[in-house]
Structures are given as C-alpha cells and as structure tokens.
Ligand binder design. Sequence first.
Ligand code: HEC
Ligand code: HEC
Length: 497
Amino acid sequence: MTDLSHSLRASASLRITTAAVLLMGTAAGGTDLPHPLADTDFLYDGAPSEALFALGRDLFFDPILSGNRNISCGTCHDPAHGSGDGLALGFGTGGEGFGPDRHAGTGVTARVPRNAQPLWNIGAREYVAMFHDGRLEPDPDGPFPSGYWSPAREELPEGLDSLLAAQAMFPVLSPVEMAGWSGSNPVGTAVAQDRAPDAWDLIAERLQELPEYAAQFEAAFDDVTEPEHITFTHAARALAAFQTTAFRSTDSPFDTALQANDLSVLSPDAQRGAALFYGDAACAGCHSGPLLTDHGFHAIAVPQIGPGKGHGADTTYFAASGFPDRLEDEGRFRVTFDPDDLFRFRTPSLRNVTLTGPWGHSGAFDDLEQMVRHHLDAVASLETYEVQPDTLPAFETIITRRGAGSTLIFENLNPFRAGAFAARDGFVQASDQLRTRIAAASAIEPIALSDREIADLMTFLATFTDPTAHNRSDLVPATVPSGLAPQPTPQPQGVAD
Ligand code: HEC
Ligand code: HEC
C-alpha cells in the first residue's frame, strides 16, 4: 500500500494538490485509503475458542490476579470508559471506585506514572511493541528463550504465543498496579525481591485451588489435564484471547469509509478534515494505516505530570532536585539508551479517540482539541501548559513505607514531607531545565491551521468512534470463580462513555 502521507511530507509543494487528488480520487473509488480491517488481521483470525474467551473474560475482571485481591485488569481498562480509567494517571492496588471517580482512598502509596492505554483493537497482528515506550517486543532471534525482549529478560517463560499474551505477564508484577508492596502479600514480596517467576507461580497456585477455574483451564488448553498444570502463562494466553475479541472495534464511520474505499460516505466537514489529516496537517505521517498509528516512536513534547517513570536513584539528581528518583519520563530512551530516542513515545492508535481521554502518555490533556492543538506548535504548548486543578486529584492520606525487604512498615506521611510529595507531581513541568530537554527532543514541525480547519479535523477524528464502544459493560461477568466481586461495577447502558 502507498503511504500517501510520507510522500506528502517529503514534498511540501505537492501537499495541497495531492490532498485534493486524494479526496477526488477516493470519491471516485481510488485506492489511497488504508485497507479495512478483516478477521485475519487479528490474533486467532479474530475468533479464539469459546472456552479460551470465557476463561480470559473471568480472569480479566477477577481481582484474584492482584496480590492483595483488590484490583482487576478491568479496573484500569474499564469497558465503560473507553477501555481506560478516565483518569490522567490512575490508582492501582488500594484505590477505591471506578472510572473517573476512582480515588486514592487510604491504601495507595503512589499514582500510576503513565496514562492507562486504551485496548481498542489491541489484538491486531500489526502491533509490534507494547506499552508507551515499546519495552516489550518480539525478538525471535534474541537471547531470551521466550522470544521476546522485555523487562523480565530471561525470566519471561516460553509458551507465550502472542505479543498480547506476553504483555499480560507484566501488570501483575507492578507493585503500584496489581502486585502490592513488599510485605503486604506474598506476590508483592516476591516482586520486591526480584523473583518474578515466583510471583507468577503464586498467582497460578491460587487459580489451581479453585475447581471452577481448573475446569475452565482444562476446557481451554489441551496441555492442562490436572489443576497443577495451570501456569500463569496459560492465564496470559486466555487474557489475550479475551482482549482480542472484547476490544475489537471496527464499526465506526471511518470503517465504513475504508470498506467502501471512499471518503464521500462521510459528512462534508469530515471529508475536509480527512483531506487535512492525510494532507496539509500531516497527521498521517505518524497516525497511519487502519489503526491510525505507524507503531513508531516520536518525540512531540507532551507535558509531563505526575510522579514520572524515571530511572531510579541518582545522587547527583538528589542534590539538584531534592528527590531521590529522576522524575522525567524519557520514553523510548529508557528501552534503547539511544539519545535519538529521548522523550519519544509510541504513536497511539486513534481508534475511539473521543472516548479515551485524558490524552497523552501522562494524561496531561483532558480536552481532545487541546491535545490536537498541542501538535500544531508542540514546544509553545509545552511552555504555556498549566495542569488543571482537578487533573491529578489529591491524595486523602499518603501512606509511606520504611524498612527493607519483607519488614516494611506503612504509616501516614508526616505533614512536613507531604508538601514535597505534592510538589513531585508538578516538578518536571516547573523545571526550566527539564522542559528545555523535552522541547529540544521534539521532532514535530509547527503547522498553522485555522480554527475552521481544526474544527474539520475534530469532525474527522470523531468518525474513528465506533458507536458500540461507548459502553461495553456487558462484558463484565456477574460473578467470577474466586467469589470476589468482579471489577469494575458495570455501568448501566446509556450512562457511561
Ligand atoms: C493500575 C491500572 C492498570 C491495571 C490494573 C492494568 N493495567 Fe494495563 N495498562 C495500564 C497502564 C498505565 C499502561 C501503560 C503502561 C506503560 O506504558 O508503562 C497499560 C498498558 C497495557 C497494555 C498495552 C497496550 C498497548 O497499546 O501497548 C495492555 C495490553 C494492557 N495494559 C492489558 C492489561 C491486562 C491484561 C491487565 C491485567 C492482567 C492490565 N492491563 C492491568 C494500567 C493498568
Ligand atoms: C511526528 C508524529 C506525529 C504527527 C505528525 C502527529 N502525531 Fe499525534 N501523536 C503522536 C505521538 C507520538 C503521540 C503520543 C505522544 C505522547 O503521549 O507523549 C500522539 C498523540 C496524539 C493524540 C492523543 C491520543 C491518545 O490516545 O492519547 C491525538 C488525538 C493525536 N495525536 C492526533 C493527531 C492529529 C490530529 C495530528 C495532525 C494534526 C497528529 N496527531 C499528528 C505523533 C504524531
């Protein structure tokens, strides 16, 4: 397929005429639009076995996978909230409530440092890297037996038959997301002691002990004939099967246009927006293909808020900032250590983008138009950005820990340090030095668009929204085999989005 946007970006002088040709060409049945998504574009050709799907569904919403049995995958990937949590930065284990109402309660030690990614069409085979920084990638000729490059390196087991299955091994290892802190439960302790395989085994043992799960695993997997055969790898495969089907979303007006290979099925405003998207506004230089992503990594200077996903302790940094950890999120650089990758993040898919806010890897923008306008002059937007008061809700109490290993003591943070804790959320944006580094890395050229043109672009973006994606709460089962309450609580139809 020709990537029209690349040739457009290569020659600015051709832009306007080519964009016009695109519109006329597609209206006349040309071939420049991405191909429509078909079953074969998805894992399992879009149809995993019923048994695998049903098992994955229970696991996805069952808090049994979390160390303290108090959070499920669905808590942060809520089918009533765009398959995210509706928060800029979410609250993992210990948090209370669902969707944008979720809050820290009394049991949370830190915010999740990045925005929860939406899962729309995440089972598409074209995905070649997972997470905002792509830290999980297939590496069939690499050094690790799993065939994946990942933070778990050689510890990631064999038998993960898709990138999406490999991804499901990780949320349960995150102390802030699902594992819990050292000493709060054996999974959290295993994670804190760098014993990932033990953490996976401990969760698998919980599943082995529940007859209803054992029967489901036996139905879903040929190599499980006894409860003891169940591993977390099996669970991860079922989670992938579930996500592939549950979050498939290919019934948007944009899909209708792809199937017809004809943009004229869209409204005139949306067609003008499409001409900009594929033409002068150059959006498709990065947001290309049927999923509206090139799966590449680009630095576009999105402001950073929250605790940050830094590199751990650095004494020189402590002297300069007063914080023990580096707070800036260097994105792809954290994976490759290539200076060219500083502050690059994976281009997000724009499928259902009107439903997936707040936007950006840090959730800095809670207004979609503001997120789009950011692209037009990214460095100026970074410089003038101010976090809105309700973007990062305050913690009710801040618990902190002291001690080491499995003897941690949790206690309320003393008020003197609470100020520093809050300052952390705004530290990167307040630092001239760090903003300058983020701006210097930015690789997106400023573009001038009129308000009218932006309005047309927004109308085109809205055609990426599938009406069946507003509220998929019917995915949440009424009960799960652990007997715990499934999370999240389903939203009545018509209420959520
Ligand atoms: C506490 C909230 C939270 C929970 C619980 C959680 N996730 Fe996530 N998920 C996130 C965040 C945040 C990211 C992005 C992390 C990053 O880039 O570092 C993410 C990323 C992902 C991705 C990658 C998507 C992409 O486009 O690359 C998938 C898939 C996913 N999660 C599935 C799951 C599954 C399956 C579970 C349960 C086993 C789960 N998540 C539990 C918050 C959560
Ligand atoms: C140079 C590549 C590039 C170009 C060109 C580009 N984007 Fe992006 N876009 C990105 C990246 C990378 C992100 C994520 C940045 C981050 O999170 O730090 C992003 C994020 C977004 C988001 C937020 C999505 C989400 O889920 O958070 C929207 C909306 C968006 N872009 C729309 C557009 C539009 C509209 C255009 C054209 C005006 C455009 N982009 C041009 C790379 C690009």
